[in-house]
Design a protein around this ligand. Structure first.
Ligand SMILES: [Fe+2]
Ligand SMILES: [Fe+2]
Length: 317
């Protein structure tokens, strides 16, 4: 009977919300409302795919890193990021079960443009300083958003983030170490960092996403907060990033490429020039400077390695 189903659904939802409010973890086999499942799938698959696509810009610098020590460092980071991606796609796979989809389908979604990856990983890495800026500030930005979700209501994601965040801290230190070495170097090396920061600044601001619902056209932020997946809005994350990194950037003698940037004492927040949000929309629709090349590389490697997936699926049987 439809009536009793509705009552039962309402009870399940009330019970689910009670568990969330009490700080309990929701597990993969537990009942969950459809919009919770959909929100998690979108969030975690995008996070996982961004880890994989994010390894590519740095991979380009493995052969060009200036010493064996730096090559080993950046290679270990690339390997970690691929591991984060695999871990997160596995978490997503459990959520996809009711739809009969698996991680192979997620990869196809990436290739056909249905699954997006972070704006920063569509950008070019033109100099060695870019490898430093990515580790220091992109991983630094990721640490801000990901540590906020360590207590996420969905248990498998929260547990995966424990390991990921621990490794991200190493990545940020690796990036900081590259930047510190360059700031202590020649004028040319110092200029290289400033040039890199200037190029990456807008992308770093975009990383946290637009501030308001008016810009995003969705209430995704509200939903993730209501379901206790995260506790802060995009703008709150961006402000935390400014609080942490602006003093550090300035202390190295670098300048912020935004003359309007200042701390607004009255509102107790940083005031800054908005990045071009139309450009952001284009980038995440795979129209960024390196979107196509990186997707092609991923597609090629996925096809080339299909024999490994075949061998694994046969050995399980
Ligand atoms: Fe990562
Ligand atoms: Fe990382």
């Amino acid at each position: 009977m439809t009536g009793s189903n509705t009552i039962s659904d309402e009870n399940q939802l009330a019970n689910f919300m009670q568990r969330i409010e009490a700080g309990e973890k929701i597990e993969a086999d537990d009942w969950m409302p459809e919009d919770y499942r959909q929100t998690l799938i979108k969030l975690i698959s995008m996070h996982g795919m961004s880890e994989i696509m994010g390894a590519l810009p740095e991979k380009e610098w493995v052969p060009k890193a200036p010493s064996l020590y730096r090559k080993l460092g950046i290679m270990a980071k690339v390997q970690d990021e691929m591991g984060h991606g695999q871990l997160l796609l596995r978490v997503t796979e459990d959520l996809l079960e009711p739809y009969g989809k698996n991680r192979g389908d997620l990869m196809q979604d990436l290739f056909n443009g249905d699954l997006k990856f972070h704006n920063v990983f569509h950008m070019e890495t033109k100099s060695w300083a870019d490898a430093g800026i990515i580790g220091w500030l992109v991983d630094g930005a990721a640490i801000i958003t990901q540590t906020n979700m360590l207590k996420a209501s969905y248990g498998p994601y929260a547990r995966a983030l424990q390991r990921i965040c621990a490794e991200e801290v190493f990545h940020a230190q690796h990036g900081e170490s590259i930047i510190m070495a360059l700031t202590e170097g020649t004028d040319q090396q110092k200029a290289m960092i400033q040039e890199s920061l200037n190029r990456w600044w807008e992308a770093l601001l975009m990383f946290f996403g637009p501030a308001s619902k008016e810009t995003t056209g969705s209430s995704k932020q509200d939903l993730t907060i209501r379901y206790k997946i995260r506790t802060k809005t995009n703008e709150e994350f961006r402000q935390l990033f400014f609080d942490k990194y602006i003093p550090r950037i300035l202390s190295l003698g670098l300048t912020i490429p935004d003359p309007t940037m200042h701390f607004d004492k009255e509102n107790q927040m940083w005031s800054y020039k908005q990045p071009d949000w139309n450009e952001f929309k284009k980038i995440i629709k795979n129209q960024g400077p390196r979107s196509e090349a990186r997707l092609n590389l991923r597609r090629q490697s996925y096809e080339y390695n299909s024999w490994v997936r075949d061998a694994l699926s046969h050995s399980v049987r």
